[in-house]
Design a protein around this ligand. Structure first.
Ligand code: ADP
Length: 186
């Protein structure tokens, strides 16, 4: 059956690498709101123009905008056939509530890497958008909004937490073991 997954992880936790692996492994559609917004910004759509000012300062777009974007994507036929791996959404409790009213989510996976560790990793990679101020903004938004969203999935008994520190292949194995155990048990 098609897997319907949500993945959480701080910026710099290795979520991009693991999402590539998981979409290949489960054949699900990778839906990355960050990628969608960056594509919109690059092509200069209304959404992209609006998104850019938020993204440039590490702030979150309004929930209603994001729910609209994701709802449209979830309605495309590939999702019904192949399932999905949502990456970057939901990031707030209202987004999580809206998502679960739209579709069934099998499981949320928290790729856990401590704040200090990701901060050092991001500073070391030295990308233009990785200034200490913007990193601080992103981590603060994560702590304020996304950590409670992760707790929300735990309350629904729909969460597994995976230690994200280790070799990428080792982390991948932990992920599939935990996901398969949960999906198989349904
Ligand atoms: P990051 O670069 O922080 O790892 P993403 O690539 O997922 O995060 O997203 C980049 C930016 O796009 C975020 O900092 C935020 O401004 C915006 N964004 C992405 N997803 C969401 C969302 N679900 N809700 C609000 N804003 C979002």
């Amino acid at each position: 059956m098609a897997a319907r997954l949500v993945i959480f992880g701080r910026q710099g936790a290795g979520k991009g690498t693991q999402c590539e692996f998981l979409t290949r492994h489960y054949g699900a559609v990778h839906i990355s709101t960050g990628d969608m917004l960056r594509a919109a910004a690059a092509s200069g759509t209304d959404l992209g123009i609006r998104a850019k000012s938020y993204m440039d300062t590490g702030q979150l777009l309004p929930d209603d905008v994001m729910v609209g974007v994701v709802q449209e994507r979830l309605e495309l036929p590939d999702v019904a056939e192949l399932g999905f791996l949502l990456d970057g959404f939901p990031r707030t409790v209202p987004q999580a509530e809206a998502l679960c009213a739209l579709v069934e989510v099998d499981l949320a996976v928290n790729l856990d890497v401590a704040e200090d560790v990701v901060r050092d990793r991001m500073l070391a990679r030295g990308r233009a958008d990785d200034t200490p101020e913007i990193i601080g903004e992103r981590l603060a938004a994560y702590a304020a909004q996304t950590v409670p969203t992760i707790a929300w999935f735990a309350q629904q008994d729909r969460l597994v937490t995976i230690d994200g520190v280790g070799e990428p292949s080792e982390v991948s194995n932990r992920l599939t073991a935990a996901i398969d155990a949960r999906l198989g048990a349904q």
